[in-house]
Design a protein around this ligand. Structure first.
Ligand SMILES: CC(C)(COP(=O)(O)OP(=O)(O)OC[C@H]1O[C@@H](n2cnc3c(N)ncnc32)[C@H](O)[C@@H]1OP(=O)(O)O)[C@@H](O)C(=O)NCCC(=O)NCCS
Length: 241
């Protein structure tokens, strides 16, 4: 920077203060709009979001048109658009979900000005509204998404899935799979097919918090979980029918 540039410093400082005020305003509006949610500093959610109870949104997260299930948390600096996240999910820091689509086939250019009526691009020729620019992402219950994962639009991630840090998820991931890499590939499935069937029928994430509290020790002992909790649950469910 040259000494002569310093004359712009007060203007830069002023603009910085205005920007802080703008972001701070959106943070405060998000907290007022969704008082049941714990928002970290600077985290924002637009008016198309839906939250169940016990959700935590950490610092600087940005949410738009996102539904977040009970007791899930989103870690710092993640951006989630157009998605439905299940209950008891752990979303790591700097994750990106559903940030949009540009056409890639049968077009000369991928620049939004040729196909989009959106007003936030610098120039638009408004020739046609092409393919949808967003498709919903669906994330199941009890999913762990590692740091810096990118999930592309239109992807479905099953219950109980783990996505390794830094992965790029381009295709659907089946329940209880572990997937890593770019593109993310399944490296293993955490339980047998019949065990996954049992977990999906028990659907513990739909039970009240007392169920989890009472059975918490079995969650760290799958053998016991399938032998005791799942058995009791399925027997009593059959009895009720
Ligand atoms: C994926 C993960 C959960 C480990 O799962 P796992 O099934 O126990 O996997 P393993 O450690 O046995 O590794 C299996 C293979 O996947 C590879 N692998 C593991 N994590 C990977 C990743 N994030 N990206 C690419 N490859 C990965 C391993 O190198 C190993 O490869 P190899 O068989 O060729 O040696 C872990 O590596 C990970 O990414 N955790 C996320 C951590 C994080 O983001 N924390 C902050 C958010 S809360």
């Amino acid at each position: 920077m040259k000494i002569s540039d310093l004359r712009f410093a007060p203007l830069g400082f002023l603009l910085g203060i205005c920007e802080l005020g703008r972001v701070g305003g959106r943070w405060i509006r998000s907290k007022q709009r969704y008082p049941q949610v714990r928002f970290g500093r600077g985290a924002i959610a637009d008016d198309k979001c839906v939250f169940e109870e016990g959700v935590v949104i950490q610092e600087q997260v940005r949410l738009s048109n996102a539904t977040i299930g009970a007791h899930s948390y989103v870690s710092e600096r993640s951006i989630l658009w157009n998605c439905k996240i299940g209950r008891y999910c752990s979303i790591g820091p700097e994750v990106r979900i559903g940030l949009g689509i540009h056409p890639t086939r049968n077009v000369i250019s991928t620049y939004p000005g040729f196909y989009s009526t959106r007003h936030d691009v610098p120039i638009s020729f408004h020739t046609r509204q092409g393919e949808p620019e967003h498709k919903m992402v669906s994330v199941g219950h009890d999913v762990w998404i590692g740091a810096r994962v990118v999930v592309l639009d239109n992807v479905t991630i099953g219950d109980g899935v783990i996505i390794g840090a830094g992965s790029v998820v381009t295709r659907d991931i089946p329940p209880y799979a572990v997937a890593v890499g770019a593109p993310a590939r399944v490296t293993r499935v955490r339980f047998s097919e019949s065990e996954i069937g049992i977990l999906e029928s028990v659907a513990w994430w739909n039970r009240d918090i007392e169920f989890c509290r009472a059975n918490a020790p079995y969650f760290n002992d799958p053998g016991q979980f399938f032998a005791k909790v799942a058995d009791d649950e399925l027997l009593s469910a059959r009895g009720k029918r």
